[in-house]
Ligand binder design. Structure first.
Ligand SMILES: Cc1cc2nc3c(=O)[nH]c(=O)nc-3n(C[C@H](O)[C@H](O)[C@H](O)COP(=O)(O)OP(=O)(O)OC[C@H]3O[C@@H](n4cnc5c(N)ncnc54)[C@H](O)[C@@H]3O)c2cc1C
Length: 299
């Protein structure tokens, strides 16, 4: 089944039965049949075409910081982008970043070049690709405010360039969440600023995160999207759910908007906890909580 993939990617960049718990910040998730570490856009294009021809399911991941992988793992090929595609090019007030770069590295480079607009991204532990797909954001900033073009590969392996209008950004959503797109690079326009001011803002955001978020425990950040006019953390506190546990999955005692893995949580523990919270929010407050974390893998 995977013979043709072996012809494209050398053995040292393939892993069989790779535990996805090692590739997610939640530290849960069963094995992927095959994990592939492509090194170029052309390799990804070939991979997609081959998977399609041979009817092999595939999925791309970045740094796994917004992913909950089920315990049975993923049947098919996981294309891991967060290990390569790390090109970064800066010209005046524009940055072109490939999808595998860490957001924290991108925002630090922008600051070093006296470019403002990515301060919000410094503490988000994802890749540029994952951030585009999720329209990641914090502290009044989000990716859609700086992106001017994105290149992505479609299901046929063809490369397309998207304008901001075509990317249809919404709160933690984009067109790339539909239709198996693989984001390979992003062009951003920033504004000139003073390096000290930019770095001071980044330090302040980092301080706020350390103060408010359980950064010392495995999690995927905010577990639910924010419904209009509702702060999820305070809502869960009001419901008495802060610290509530199923197995080793716990509503964080530091920030009730996070679910943390206390050590031995399974994906099922986390899913059960999500469903428990959703059920109570609906029953008691008529509020629909939609997971922000992307749940994948065999049911
Ligand atoms: C402690 C902590 C704090 C966080 N704080 C924030 C925050 O303040 N704001 C915020 O928005 N998020 C936050 N997050 C969530 C997460 O970091 C972001 O959503 C991030 O953008 C995900 O990037 P990633 O590379 O880890 O994506 P992954 O988790 O690997 O993937 C997320 C989704 O994007 C898809 N994807 C990833 N890369 C690509 C690609 N190149 N092409 C196509 N699809 C792709 C995956 O298939 C998946 O559906 C936080 C997470 C943690 C653990």
């Amino acid at each position: 089944m995977y013979n043709r993939i072996l012809e494209i990617i050398p053995e040292e960049r393939l892993r069989w039965q790779e535990p996805l718990s090692a590739h997610t910040t939640f530290k849960v998730g069963g094995p992927a049949d095959l994990m592939v570490f492509p090194q170029s856009v052309e390799e990804i294009q070939q991979l997609v075409r081959t998977c399609r021809k041979d009817s092999i399911p595939y999925m791309v991941i970045g740094l796994g910081s917004n992913l909950l992988v089920r315990d049975k793992g993923f049947r098919g090929v996981i294309i891991k982008i967060g290990h390569a595609l790390k090109g970064l090019y800066i010209s005046e007030d524009e940055i072109m970043a490939e999808a595998g770069i860490r957001l924290s590295e991108l925002s630090k480079k922008a600051a070093a070049h006296c470019l403002s607009g990515l301060e919000f991204a410094e503490g988000i532990p994802g890749s540029v690709g994952g951030a585009v797909v999720m329209n990641a954001g914090a502290y009044d900033g989000e990716m859609s405010q700086v992106l001017t073009a994105v290149s992505a590969i479609d299901r046929s392996g063809d490369l397309h360039t998207f304008t901001p209008e075509e990317m249809a950004f919404g709160y933690r959503s984009s067109i790339f969440q539909k239709g198996d797109w693989i984001v390979v690079s992003a062009l951003m326009k920033l504004s000139p600023g003073k390096r000290e001011d930019i770095e001071a803002k980044m330090r302040e955001y980092a301080r706020l995160r350390r103060e408010k978020q359980p950064l010392y425990m495995p999690s995927a950040g905010s577990i639910f999207k924010r419904p209009p006019g509702v702060y999820v953390g305070p809502l869960l506190e009001k419901m008495g759910l802060k610290g509530f546990k199923i197995g080793d999955a716990q509503v964080s005692t530091k920030h009730a908007g996070f679910i943390v893995n206390c050590g031995q949580a399974t994906a099922q523990n986390i899913i059960d906890l999500i469903q428990h919270i959703q059920h109570r929010a609906l029953e008691e407050y008529n509020i629909v909580l939609e997971p922000e974390v992307r749940i994948i893998g065999e049911e």
